[in-house]
Design a binder for this molecule. Structure first.
Ligand SMILES: C[S@@+](CC[C@H](N)C(=O)[O-])C[C@H]1O[C@@H](n2cnc3c(N)ncnc32)[C@H](O)[C@@H]1O
Length: 304
């Protein structure tokens, strides 16, 4: 078992989501390699965990890592290889959660060890699927979508101001031969970028890669659906915490919490109470020690 992902905002997640009496049920809807899950299981002796992940490879690491907590306590840790929106679509029957955590996006394993083309300098096929059951890959998008559709995707999901220029460059490049690796795509976009952008710390292809990943895995649709249904899985007084890594996700979480915290017309009927008026972000030390944490924003709400 090789663990490569460093959980973000560990102390803050524990502080806000530590269950009353250190027991009850935590649903970790993005279990990953089980970093946050392990922290809770270690600190809370009577807590049970439902761990969900769409990716069978990371989930197998979590299964090994968390196995010791289930020894002598069958059922304490349960694993679900599924999309979190699918999981929450099934209404909670009897069993409800004290805490729900969503730590969105992908993990370091996906960049460094999955071989699926998430990293823009990797000589890997353009895949980007979190689960092999999906049909659409990043390669299919890049090599078959129209120039206009590519530009729309890059603008909308990558917030890429040069979306049209990059879409054009891809269409020109693929006219010769299909774009087959992540590195090749990264290079096409680097060459298409104006001189000034090529020398910035952030690679010019970053927004396009993010857009491809979001579309391949339907990330925003899944998040919206999961939030809506996850509230039904919470006990009154239960808490839901979401860590997001880019503005599209964070906006969605913020708007969702606000919508549930107040009935728009009357101010009545609120279902959630927002506990974090402003998102919690990593401190200087974490940002230096774990650079991928830099864009993390953590919001927490409590079911009324
Ligand atoms: C940032 S990582 C979680 C890391 C984890 N908290 C830890 O400490 O090790 C996000 C995980 O969520 C999974 N994931 C992303 N979107 C998902 C979805 N819609 N349904 C289920 N799993 C998802 C990814 O496969 C990835 O393993």
């Amino acid at each position: 078992m090789k663990i490569v992902h460093q959980p973000v905002l560990k102390a803050e997640v524990f502080e806000w989501l530590r269950p009353e009496g250190d027991g009850g049920l935590l649903i970790d809807a993005t279990l990953g390699e089980g970093g946050h899950g392990e922290m809770f299981l270690k600190a809370c002796p009577t807590l049970s965990l439902i761990g969900i992940d769409a990716d069978p490879q990371v989930l197998s690491t979590a299964r090994l890592r968390l196995a010791p907590f289930a020894e002598g306590a069958p059922g304490r840790v349960r694993f679900f290889e599924t999309w979190f929106d699918q999981f929450f679509k099934t209404p909670a029957s009897g069993e409800k959660a004290d805490r729900i955590l969503l730590d969105l996006g992908i993990s370091i394993f996906h960049y460094a060890g999955s071989g699926r083309g998430f990293s823009l300098t990797a000589e890997e096929p353009l895949d980007m699927r979190l689960n092999p059951g999906l049909d659409l890959t990043a390669g299919k998008i890049v090599n078959s979508f129209s120039e206009k559709k590519l530009a729309d995707i890059f603008f909308r999901f990558g917030e890429e101001p040069m979306a049209r220029r990059f879409a054009r460059a891809i269409v020109m490049a693929r006219a010769g031969k299909p774009v087959s690796t992540a590195r090749e795509l990264g290079e096409i976009l680097r060459r298409a970028a104006p001189e000034a952008r090529r020398h910035r710390r952030i690679h010019p292809a970053t927004g396009v890669f993010m857009a491809l990943r979001i579309v391949v895995n339907s990330e925003l649709d899944r998040l919206e659906s999961a939030l809506e249904n996850a509230v039904g899985w919470l006990k009154p007084g239960g808490r839901i915490g979401v860590i997001s890594f880019h503005s599209l996700e964070d906006r969605l979480v913020k708007t969702f919490f606000k919508g549930k915290a107040l009935e728009p017309e009357t101010g009545d009927g609120a279902v959630l109470r927002i506990l974090t008026k402003k998102p919690i972000i990593p401190g200087e030390e974490e940002r230096v020690f774990n650079p991928p944490s830099r864009s993390a924003k953590f919001r927490v709400a409590e079911k009324i």
